[in-house]
Design a protein around this ligand. Sequence first.
Ligand code: CAO
Length: 555
Amino acid sequence: MNIVLPSLGDIEEVEVTEICVAVGDAVGADDPIIVIESDKASMEVPAGGVGTIVELNIALGDQLGEGAVIGRLEVQGTQSTDAPAAAAQPAEQTSDSVDAREAVQTSASGEESQPNGGEQVAQIWVPDLGDIEQVEVIEVAATAGSRVAPGDLLVVLESDKASMEIPAEVSGVLLEINVAVGDQVTTGSLLATATIAAPRHREPAHDQPSPGSSIDADSPTQKTEAAAAAPLQVPVSMSQPTSASDKPSATQKSRQVYAGPATRRLAREIGVPLEQVEGSGNRGRVTKDDVKAWAKARLQQPATSAAQGATGIPAIPAVDFAKFGEIEEQPLSRIQKQVAVNMQRSWLNIPHVTQHADADIEELEAFRQSIKAESQSRGIKLSPLPFIIKAVCHTLAAHPKLNGSLSASGESLVLKRYTNIGIAVDTPEGLVVPVIRGADQLGVWALAERAQELAEKARSKKLALDDLSGGTFTISSLGAIGGTGFTPIINAPEVAILGVGKSVVQPIWQGDAFAPRLQLPLSLSYDHRVINGVDGGNFMATMTALLADIRRLTL
Ligand code: CAO
């Protein structure tokens, strides 16, 4: 059967703004085939029968008149005929129906056209819904106390066939919003109450309502009856499309969304905030494709900047710091920006737990001091760090989970049979983490040499990509600076990182007396998805035991 454009009432032509199906699509009777739009309203034209679309005769932007053949539907189980589609429901956009949404009731005793000099209260009702009994409130776009102007969106209603945007028709302040999202409302339900800033003057023609017009109905009941006398056969979107000449204000723009019911439904189903979607359709109309493209872009988008909100977390609001005093803006280096992204990604994706322990390095320090002359003659700077790296390699061998990575699927822990230790190095350009490959195969002298070499390369920007990749565990040492403990952020996809603080002499109980002992603060952050507290505790116990007695590193 032919799918025919239904009656348009007094509208001569409408524009095709969305094509919802393709040839070959199986459709149900209520499935929208196209969305059409006049300068007053938009509506979906349903298939009108169950079957398969075998022909489409329209293109986006086509101007159609009543009776135009949109396409052909091969009705399931019947022969195709040329009879007009009974279920292709006509859109009779009568002037009454348009006026219906303008219905406001004033509490002033006189006509609205008679200024009384005082404040008037306007009530805003659900307009004539035709043969639709109930619609759902799917969006409440205004709040009590806010100022509205004609055209500002108040609420969006939706039946299973169409959505209706109900705009304010008056300038004023909203006293009360009488509905909430999810409410079922019907023709004549009270939506909102507003004080009108200035009485509205009607055109004389409007003051002489035609029989059945709801425009002068002065009670919800009367209005409902009046509206029922001029029914619409198909509910249409009552929203006023944004035209080029009708530029919304900034706030209005952020609230008003111009989209059909199917698009709104899709957006709701997949959780897309329609007000954030840029409409590519006619007059900025948001189409289903826009919604899908927005969702797809969001899914593919890495956290590209530190300022950006991630995982649905609202972004930190921008502040004009210059308002409070003099400022200087320093652009971030490429490395700093990348570090910001990596840190945020790790912090937001990984449940971090940080465990603290002090290692007694009294003997280690005595040994280090004892070989200082030798280190100088070798030209190697022997800080506590290479001993810590050595101890970490031993500890990882005993607790290999901490040398692993959670697989991308999250289904397994990848254990690595190699130990590559990343060392966080502070440079003027930002933090970099060069990697000592095969650290477990190196002695303390070699580790010291390698760490020194990589730190110098990092500071002189000479690191190769190879120097920065393949790490299995990271050490971040602030020992030269100070601090007793901190929460290092895991260098994902590694599962743990060791923070090193500054060693200090502390009184340690020796069983019979306190003795001054050099204590090295260690902070282990681990990924609690794969590393348990027991694993972290065991790691720290092994680590502190090794540092307390470095002879164990030879075992
Ligand atoms: N406790 C006490 N003193 C320490 C110490 C510790 N834990 N660690 C180092 N020191 C001492 C050293 O012994 C050295 O003193 P001496 O010359 O008297 O021996 C002095 O501090 C300076 O050490 P260093 O910084 O030159 O050498 P290092 O091996 O300890 O560190 C490196 C090398 C590359 C880690 C370091 O230069 C660096 O960049 N640290 C910053 C890392 C960082 O930014 N981490 C934060 C990441 S998260 O934001």
